[in-house]
Write a protein that binds this ligand. Structure first.
Ligand code: NAI
Ligand code: MG
Length: 359
């Protein structure tokens, strides 16, 4: 097993260090190599995704990624911004399926802004298509408008696009995932307004016929945003496009108490994957040692399960995280009265201790 470790910027380095510590505590045999990415790579090599980093990621069985970005790079041309590294990795590795499980741990029911009865026991899976849609669609750019409401004025444009194979493969991923869960898929679209998403809806419906055991329903994205806070437990597997998935998965994160709790996996057709917390580099708290490392630690568990065929080791991490939460330890983002506030490193140490105690 070879793991590429790409900590990135901001809290990325702090939280990845804890996840690596946890991986070592499991006594598995794996090789790992660390490389610069994002702003850290830009500082050292003048590019957010240097060739050597991309090569390492391509050759590894899995990539453990922290986060990239900082406000100080906002003025750079788009191609050199740290966030281009994650887009480049997704594109070059063909990571089209993004899994974002939103699970509300029993101990954190009180940390959410929603009423406890709405989220207790919540366990939904958002599957976001990751390499298409308006984030990658060409053409894009700026120009002088020749038509529209203000011809002759400056305008900017992006293109929303999906091809049939792109929609078919993400739909299959969703139906397969639902088969292992409660056999329900909600496909989220905006078919009432957008041709791209009428096409999406038609294809998901077609693919659904191959899965008669899975119940499929469709929901417009605006309604889905509402239902996620009104009755989130009604969902099981949610499948949607790149942009809607980006937004809805952050919304779902808040159901669980903190974005610091939310892992993610991005997979390609050969189950090679990139694993990262759903949050960003949190420049506002970087360097303070207070970031929650659990989303990254849980991402490492997903990596063991999905790409490295080590489900038992993944279970051990997840049980250790539950045990640590049950013991009352909390980072600042999930801290509440009656619990013990700890920093990033102490939280990582506690997970390691819970793992080594179990063996
Ligand atoms: P963010 O997710 O970095 O932070 C949003 C808020 O959540 C902040 O208040 C932050 O302190 C808090 N937060 C995030 N992770 C946390 C953790 N583990 N523990 C405790 N609190 C946590 O999103 P924001 O502020 O919009 O973006 C910051 C930078 O990150 C930007 O440059 C953005 O482009 C980049 N970004 C990178 C991503 C990636 O690497 N995949 C994803 C999202 C944003
Ligand atoms: Mg996002």
């Amino acid at each position: 097993m070879k793991i590429a470790i790409l900590p990135g910027d901001g809290i990325g380095t702090e939280i990845v260090a804890e996840a690596v510590k946890v991986l070592h505590a499991l006594d598995l045999k794996f090789e790992s190599e660390t490389a610069l990415v994002g702003g850290a790579a830009y500082e050292a090599h003048g590019h957010p995704l240097p060739e050597a980093t991309l090569k390492l990621a391509k050759e590894a069985d899995a990539v453990l990624f922290g986060a990239v970005g900082d406000w100080k790079y906002d003025k750079l041309e788009r191609a050199l911004r740290p966030e281009q590294a994650i887009l480049g990795l997704r594109k070059n590795l063909g990571l089209f399926a993004n899994f974002r499980p939103a699970i509300c741990y029993e101990e954190l029911v009180g940390a959410s802004s929603l009423k406890p009865e709405l989220i207790a026991g919540l366990d939904i899976l958002i599957i976001r298509e990751l390499t298409g849609d308006i984030y990658f669609g060409q053409p894009r750019g700026r120009r002088t408008a020749v038509d529209g409401h203000f011809p002759g004025s400056e305008e900017a444009f992006d293109t929303m696009r999906y091809s049939r194979p792109e929609v078919e493969r993400i739909a299959r991923v969703a139906f397969e995932a639902a088969r292992k869960r409660s056999k329900r898929v909600t496909s989220v679209d905006k078919a009432n307004v957008l041709e791209t998403f009428q096409f999406w809806k038609d294809i998901v419906t077609e693919v659904g016929k191959e899965y008669p055991d899975v119940e499929l329903d469709h929901m417009y994205v605006d309604n889905a945003a509402m239902q996620l806070v009104k009755a989130p437990k009604k969902f099981d597997v949610v499948v949607t496009g790149n942009m809607f998935g980006d937004i809805l998965s952050d919304e779902a994160a808040m159901l669980t108490g903190s974005i610091g709790m939310l892992p993610s996996a991005s997979l390609n057709a050969s189950n090679q994957g990139l694993y990262e917390p759903s949050h960003g580099s949190a420049p506002d708290i970087a360097g303070k040692g207070i970031a929650n490392p659990l989303a990254t630690i849980l991402s490492a568990a997903m990596m063991l399960r999905f790409s490295l065929n080590q489900a038992a080791a993944a279970d051990r991490i997840e049980s250790a995280v539950k045990a640590v939460l049950a013991s009352g330890l909390r980072t600042a983002d999930i801290h509440s009265s009656g619990t013990t506030k700890v920093g990033t490193r102490e939280m990582g140490d506690a997970v390691v201790a819970a793992i080594t105690k179990k063996t």
